[in-house]
Design a protein around this ligand. Structure first.
Ligand SMILES: [Fe+2]
Length: 298
């Protein structure tokens, strides 16, 4: 039987209906987010134009692509199968990026100038369809924290905004896991040791873009150990949460365990954030892990 987590401990609900906010009462928002809570905005929708709505079909994806991706800083769009639909996809992801920036300016202003490397995705597959094709390591219906295998981030935070744009009334359902400190304590004894030689080799042959730090190694090990532990998946602390169409949510996905269980058609915007921009960097996974192993992980 799963060990339930109380909603109030995992989620902060916010009433806002606009991406551009005038003087929101955001005083407690940063603290909640940095604690690992999900900021849930049940009434913050993202309205699609008719041309953008026509994009909501998995046939739009290039074969074997998980999603359409967009890098606003390079104006780079990937994953659209039909050239004639590229302008609408670019417009959609550019608009979403701008709205996410506006929301951050209102709710998380201290992050705005520091965040970098924005990357957005339009996710078109049904969660269940994609899960059926994925290996256990890529199966995001298992509780995990995000860690990028090819892009070491040396402790920087992964901040993600999600909006359910399903036009058929279908919620995006997640399981949300325990806070990061007990999670790290639980799994740390089982994680394999870091090898500087392996880190060098992975970079030398091009598997990683830069060398993995001790931190990157531990986070990937943690990601895999969580997904591989079927007892933890079934019985570990968790909360089921349904995000209906027209809702938006924000979390540090490197900190907050999450699992996508159901749904289709999602917008997601990622920002990387240096620890120095946090109100309390001691909450970051890097700091938590360093305090447990008593050494620098960078
Ligand atoms: Fe994830």
């Amino acid at each position: 039987m799963p060990n339930p987590i109380a909603y109030e401990l995992a989620v902060m609900t916010l009433p806002y209906q606009q991406w551009h906010l005038d003087r929101p009462d955001a005083s407690a928002v940063v603290a909640a987010l940095e604690e690992g809570k999900i900021l849930y905005l049940p009434r913050l929708s993202f309205i699609l134009t008719p041309q953008e709505e026509a994009l909501l079909d998995p046939v739009l994806l290039e074969p074997e692509r998980k999603n359409i991706s967009y890098r606003p800083d390079r104006d780079r769009l990937d994953g659209v199968a039909a050239p004639e639909q590229r302008p609408a996809a670019r417009q959609l992801l550019q608009r979403y990026y701008q709205d996410c920036r506006a929301l951050m300016a209102s709710l998380l202003p201290a992050y705005l100038d520091a965040c970098h490397s924005p990357a957005g995705t339009l996710r078109l597959h049904q969660v269940a369809d994609w899960r059926a094709r994925a290996s256990w390591r890529k199966d995001d219906s298992r509780l995990h924290v995000d860690a990028f295998p090819s892009r070491p981030n040396r402790g920087e935070r992964i901040l993600r905004v999600f909006t359910n744009i399903n036009p058929y009334g279908i919620s995006r359902t997640w399981r949300i896991g325990e806070p990061f400190p007990p999670l790290a304590q639980r799994f740390l004894p089982r994680l394999r040791r870091y090898s500087p030689l392996a880190s060098w080799w992975l970079n030398a042959v091009g598997i990683t873009q830069t060398r993995r730090s001790r931190y990157d190694h531990l986070m990937l090990q943690l990601h895999d150990a969580m997904k591989a532990d079927t007892d933890y998946q079934r019985d570990g602390p968790q909360l089921v949460m349904a995000f209906p169409p027209g809702s938006t949510w924000i979390c540090f996905s490197d900190q907050t365990p999450h699992a996508a269980m159901d749904g289709q058609f999602l917008l997601e915007q990622t920002f990387m954030l240096p620890l120095s921009a946090m109100r309390d960097p001691r909450r970051a996974p890097l700091s938590v892990l360093q305090s447990l192993v008593h050494e620098s992980l960078i």
